[in-house]
Design a protein around this ligand. Sequence first.
Ligand code: FPP
Ligand code: MG
Length: 295
Amino acid sequence: MQRVETEIARLIKEIDYDEVTKLFSSLSGGKRLRAKLILKIAPEHKDAPLLAAIVELIHGASLLHDDVIDDAMTRRGVTSINASNGSKTAVMLGDILYSKAFTELVSFDKDVAQTIAASVTALSKGEMMDVKMAENFNSDESLYLDMLYLKTATLIEAAAKAGALLVGKDAEKHALYGRNLGLSFQIIDDILDITATEEVLGKPAMNDYVEGKCTLPYIYLYEELNANDKERLVSSHAKEISKDETLWIQEKMQEHTTVEKSFQLAQNLSNEAQIAMNGDRELVGILETMIKRTF
Ligand code: FPP
Ligand code: MG
């Protein structure tokens, strides 16, 4: 992974603006999941670290913009750029990272470049769907999964597929692996918002619903409730709710095992991805760590 960090540092230096170097150094790098996938799938390819750096810059740019859209105060455990330097700076830094990434991407073969580029259109569409869908209670599971796929899974899918294209491995199987990894990652995230404590999350538990996000455990709960209870659930959507109301939702979720049902879907997606990778120990290991995580 050091090779990816070296490439990222080189690309930032090439932008040749101290302000950008300074702001970029204040960001936390995160898990670098997308970069890890590219290096694991195409370890022997000389341009794999550059492609991995490009994808991480795109991901970083999308998070800078997302934090402006979400009014987020923190990102990856540190103060977000919009909170420390204002939204204008966050948008401009995102623009610079994103366009530098694309400047480098055009030197790759067309299939690789197109795979990554198309995923960024999908990602942006997914973000808009996410914001739009939070305006009203959504009980449509397939619409929710479509949005998750676009917002979170497409760039992971594209990273895995592009890595495979670089070295002539099976692109479709790797795309399926990345897609399912991304989807199950996000489903686990949604579950942790309900089951983890505030200390672990670094934000209040059950915050997704307050923000209007009807994640899978809420969608499955809605399906199970009677008409009166459906109305009660919907009336709590997208607002700060009392402790009693939060407890009621949690009890109903337990009664109808909606967290378990959501986990089962994440597990099924992960199993399908494992089969596609046919025993590749490292790629299967990433899936297992992700499914078992508690934060
Ligand atoms: C995080 O979602 C957001 C994303 C993964 C994608 C955001 C995409 C854009 C803003 C499109 C713009 C793209 C570019 C390249 C400039 P979240 O808010 O559910 O998760 P969080 O808790 O990590 O914020
Ligand atoms: Mg966000």
